[in-house]
Design a protein around this ligand. Structure first.
Ligand SMILES: C[S@@+](CC[C@H](N)C(=O)[O-])C[C@H]1O[C@@H](n2cnc3c(N)ncnc32)[C@H](O)[C@@H]1O
Length: 244
């Protein structure tokens, strides 16, 4: 992504969210943010339920930082630290968001977070835990680094046959489940509405011979990117958990 994204347009790496089709108003955005509407709306949906005033927040797997920057600008926490496993993503973020004083980025592994116990009011994790080989270790760190009453805002997708085990693991975490929601329809609708932009992004920046994995990564069928987007038989869930 870092190699191909010459114009720094790919600052999000998630499938997006919309509730317009369910009669809810689209969130107001600056004109320059319109191209990021659907991925931003996913972060907005994840973040909107809690009070961010004076919060010290950690995002694990902040990627290219679009969501971190959106939360800092929109919800104004006291501090927000993004951590990612990719050194190039961290380097990109440090340069690209240096104007946002509350926002910092560090290289790190979700399964071995190096922050002290009880250090964050909020931990955010968006569409990333599916890549962690040992998610139990990540969950242990989340519980450890959260302050009492702190929130874990967590969203991700899993194949249908894995959902029950995943939910059981989340419920065994020792955090209170404040909210749980299947947002698959909202994500699929966003993918449909954002499909043309995603195809254009891949076609503009990625050489033809390398496009197939990028289409796949964007939720498009590699052979027929103009066909409706899909999540295979995966379902996308959102959780708010709270440390007692
Ligand atoms: C699909 S991207 C999502 C990025 C961001 N949350 C967003 O929505 O734009 C997944 C991210 O997880 C990161 N990642 C994968 N394994 C990780 C690990 N073990 N620790 C930290 N980050 C990891 C990847 O580098 C990538 O940036």
């Amino acid at each position: 992504m870092t190699a191909f994204d010459r114009d720094k347009n790919a600052i999000f790496m998630n499938f997006g969210y919309t509730a317009h089709h369910q009669g809810r108003e689209p969130i107001p955005l600056e004109p320059e943010d319109e191209i990021h509407r659907y991925p931003m709306q996913l972060y907005h949906h994840v973040a909107k339920h809690i009070n961010w005033e004076n919060a010290d927040a950690l995002e694990v797997s902040s990627g290219r930082g679009g969501g971190a920057a959106f939360i800092v600008r929109h919800f104004k926490p006291k501090s927000y630290t993004g951590v990612d496993f990719s050194p190039r993503a961290v380097e990109f973020c440090r340069e690209h968001y240096s104007h946002l004083a509350a926002l910092k980025f560090r290289h790190g592994n979700a399964e071995a977070l190096s922050f002290p116990d009880n250090s964050f009011d909020v931990v955010v994790n968006v569409e990333a835990s599916l890549y962690y080989p040992n998610i139990a270790k990540f969950f242990e760190h989340v519980r450890r680094v959260l302050k009492p009453n702190g929130y874990f805002l967590y969203t991700d997708l899993r194949y249908e046959e894995k959902i029950a085990a995943w939910h059981a693991q989340i419920k065994a975490l020792g955090l209170k489940v404040v909210h749980e929601e299947d947002i698959t329809d909202n994500v699929l609708k966003a993918m449909e509405l954002d499909r043309e932009r995603r195809v254009a992004l891949v076609n503009t920046y990625v050489p033809r011979i390398l496009r197939k994995p990028f289409y796949h990564f964007a939720g498009l069928k590699p052979e027929t990117p103009d066909a409706p987007p899909h999540l295979d038989n995966r379902r996308y869930w959102f959780f708010i958990l709270q440390k007692a």
